[in-house]
Design a protein around this ligand. Structure first.
Ligand SMILES: Cc1ncc(COP(=O)(O)O)c(C=O)c1O
Length: 431
């Protein structure tokens, strides 16, 4: 390739921004590695001017059901209904959770002081890992500083040259990156399609040594639930291990909020149960639960664990209390589910396509990027904080507005959101 001839795309006018998305600025080869940043900078300014850009809206204060933001377009402070948070149970500001963190903050100070294997493991980390292992019905657990790093660390530690990781096509980026950072091969199967999984596994049988099938418990863009019984059954038949990412399932599904295995009555039957501590648990961090030998192996071979400082003590203490709250205050989950059912039923009745969601993640399918950009502007004007999801995060024909529901949403929050979405949906002919 003659790099000298490959100049960055001639991106010039604001009008062009209507046709482009971030994905178009991905590959702009140039001899100067900074060159690609310039047209992209212009693109971001243009999308802001057109009020199509809702990235990094600044929230002043806690991330609750209503938030005060500094409007990126006017600079003014305004209240919005939060419909994009993963704080499903409201634990981010739950008094018990906050108080546990405050006490640990005063007792231990700000940081853990080191990476876990050397000088950063506190008694609080042991307590959180033991609590998680029990909560997830596994022998042991390891805690990372984020859900992203736990997926990357776990998969890249276990998958080696000659092995293969088989991913549901809609798995989260952290799972895919874990496979890319490993020495093994990455294969995908059709979303929640067990015939496709079986086919890909059969192709892999004689070609690879170890096999790991990886699925999200609740899929992050569609809100549907993996067919865990069949995933496990098909994988077992082909001698593959199974890993499930419980990021959006923990605290949300299962009678006691223990996630997808509990939902299907399969606790203790999944080889690796991973997840994040940043969503229903309200804090930050990631975890991997498995048998004690596997967890021990990951402790010594996951680079994102070995080379990264342990979670701060206040967060760790809050997370332990968060698990206690999930178990002891089931009314939070019951309220979340009342909100989920109300919003699903209302949107479907209005005529929206909300796909196959069964949970707190609600895709309002638009399937037309320019239209979605304008709708995003209007939804923001209506005081609803929600995010659009464009290609390549989802296929173009199912680009969408994504709503996330919380236990703390009031009836008024839900009704105001529904009437804004209905109004804007009608304006743009989506319903
Ligand atoms: C399915 C899934 N897995 C993992 C992660 C990463 O978690 P964290 O934000 O804690 O790094 C996310 C978060 O966006 C997610 O949706």
């Amino acid at each position: 390739m003659d790099l000298v001839e490959e100049r960055p795309r001639g991106y010039t006018s604001a009008d062009d921004s209507r046709q482009f998305s971030m994905a178009d600025f991905y590959e702009l080869p140039d001899r100067d590695i900074f060159a690609k940043a310039k047209p992209f900078w212009q693109f971001v300014q243009d999308t802001l001017a057109l009020r199509h850009n809702t990235y990094r809206r600044t929230i002043i204060g806690p991330n609750g059901h209503r938030v005060i933001i500094q409007d990126p377009y006017t600079g003014e402070l305004r209240e919005m209904i939060m419909m994009a948070s993963n704080n499903y149970l409201g634990l981010t500001t739950h008094p018990r959770v906050v108080e546990a963190g405050r006490r640990a903050h005063e007792r231990y100070g700000v940081g853990a002081g080191g990476v876990p294997l050397l000088a950063g493991t506190l008694d609080l980390h042991h307590a959180l890992e033991a609590r998680l292992a029990k909560f997830k019905s596994c022998e042991d657990a390891i805690v990372f500083s984020s859900g992203y790093s736990s997926n990357v660390g776990c998969i890249s530690a276990l998958i080696r040259k000659g092995d293969v990781a088989l991913n549901d096509r809609l798995n989260h980026a952290s799972l895919i990156d874990g496979c890319r950072f490993s020495g093994g091969e990455l294969r995908t199967f059709k979303h929640n399609n067990m015939e496709s999984l079986e086919r890909v596994l059969a192709e892999c049988d004689d070609k690879y040594l170890g096999k790991l099938v990886i699925v999200d418990g609740v899929f992050s863009m569609d809100g549907d639930i993996t067919d865990l019984p069949r995933v496990v059954e098909v994988s077992r038949r082909h001698g593959a291990r199974v890993m499930i990412d419980e990021a959006h399932a923990t605290g949300v599904i299962g009678k006691n909020g223990r996630g997808t295995p509990e939902h299907f009555g399969m606790e203790g039957q999944v080889d690796i149960v991973a997840g994040t501590l940043s969503k229903a648990l309200g804090g930050v961090g990631g975890f991997v639960c498995s048998n004690r030998e596997v967890v021990n192996y990951i402790r010594f071979y996951a680079r994102s664990y070995m080379f990264s400082t342990a979670l701060p003590p206040a967060v760790t203490a809050s997370l332990i209390e968060g698990i206690n709250v999930i178990e002891e205050e089931p009314e939070l989950r019951a309220q979340l589910w009342r909100n989920i059912r109300y919003v699903h039923d209302s949107l479907r009745r209005m005529g929206f396509d909300i796909g196959t969601t069964e949970t707190a993640i609600v895709p309002v399918i638009v399937g037309d990027d320019p239209k979605l950009r304008e709708m995003t502007r209007r939804i923001h004007e209506e005081g609803i904080f929600a995010n659009p999801v464009y290609y390549p995060a989802v296929p173009k024909k199912v680009s969408r507005l994504r709503l996330s529901l919380m236990a703390t949403h009031t009836q008024e929050d839900l009704d105001q959101t529904l009437s804004a979405v209905e109004k804007v949906g009608r304006e743009f002919g989506v319903i």
